[in-house]
Design a protein. Structure first.
Length: 343
């Protein structure tokens, strides 16, 4: 039978799924011919196709920059021209990667540092070693290298912010929070029974004896005044109100809420200036010829102990959040300056 009389065969056409964005980019890009070097021709052609299709620039960056940057010096310029937008996204990603370590460290300083500073130190050292090793091993991969460096900077600044917040307020908050609270305490009761106190509410009629207040000056003025009860005269002063830079050398005491006639409570004074207050207390014993307990309780005279404790928490968390925002702004400015310098 002649070929021109043959009936054409009916073959079923196979349905092919639409190509993805990366496959569409490959199919629409001219492939190198047999006479060209494939490893060099394909990236150039694909980069040109990405420039013609700005929406596919991110796909071209994934296909080209990650796999060819170390192998071809020319390829770095191709990637920079083909994917300017993804690099901006990568800078933002590096900043986002640097934030979680900072948040973890700040949370540790907020909730763990007052109980076990060694545990916080161990975690910080481990994170530092991980990020330093990552930066050393990924020097040939720009995104991972810069992300590791940013994590190192964020970690170091977070440690400084955490130490600042603890010294300012967080340590005092947990000192009051972990201590016991006592109410209706007579100033004549033995101080040894309230050695674990954090907050004390004295009985009605308790007051500060301003006439026997004393100030001890050493870089700052450390003020002490006995807490007394007009109904009972104690054999020895068991409780002392203390403060810093709020009194004269003799006979005045304006610390905290001492001016408030309705205040008859106290929060336990911290350990930071305990030695200076002890020195002022001994001087008051000699100056006014009044006996004091061997281990008296030092308090700050306030109207509401719960409010003082809450204010410590608010101030400490404000320092942490403000430091975190300042750290993010500083890292963003650093990345912007680095891009300007490197072009």
């Amino acid at each position: 039978e002649p070929r021109w009389l043959r009936r054409p065969s009916r073959r079923r056409r196979r349905r092919v799924a639409p190509p993805s964005s990366s496959e569409a980019l490959k199919q629409s890009t001219p492939r190198p011919g047999p006479g060209r070097f494939r490893r060099d021709a394909w990236p150039r052609a694909a980069a040109a196709a990405a420039v013609r299709r700005p929406g596919w620039a991110a796909v071209a960056d994934v296909w080209l920059c990650d796999g060819w940057r170390e192998q071809n010096a020319f390829q770095g310029h191709v990637c920079a021209a083909a994917s300017a937008k993804p690099h901006n996204l990568r800078d933002t990603g590096a900043l986002c990667v640097a934030m979680p370590p900072s948040v973890v460290v700040l949370v540790l300083f907020l909730h763990v540092y007052h109980r076990s500073w060694i545990a916080v130190l161990e975690v910080c050292c481990a994170l530092f070693l991980v990020f330093a090793a990552s930066a050393a091993l990924n020097r040939d991969t720009p995104f991972r290298f810069y992300a590791s460096v940013l994590c190192l900077l964020a970690l170091c600044s977070a440690i400084g912010i955490g130490l600042l917040a603890n010294s300012a307020a967080i340590t005092e908050y947990w000192f009051l929070h972990d201590g016991n609270a006592y109410a209706n305490v007579l100033p004549s009761e033995l101080a040894a029974a309230y050695a674990d106190a954090g907050k004390i509410v004295f009985a009605d009629g308790s007051r500060i004896d301003v006439n026997r207040a004393l100030g001890y000056k050493d870089s700052a003025t450390y003020c002490v005044a006995p807490v007394i009860d007009d109904m009972v005269e104690p054999a020895a002063i068991q409780f002392w109100a203390v403060g810093t830079d709020c009194c004269a050398e003799r006979g005045s005491f304006d610390c905290d809420d001492a001016w408030n006639s309705k205040a008859h409570s106290g929060v336990r004074a911290g350990r930071a200036d305990a030695e200076h207050f002890e020195q002022a207390l001994r001087m008051a014993e000699v100056a006014y010829s009044i006996p004091s307990a061997e281990k008296p309780v030092l308090v700050r005279w306030v109207a509401d102990p719960e409010t003082v404790e809450l204010n410590y928490w608010r101030f400490g968390t404000a320092v942490l959040l403000g430091g975190l925002l300042a750290q993010l702004l500083a890292l963003a400015l650093g990345v912007a300056a680095l891009k300007m310098v490197m072009g």
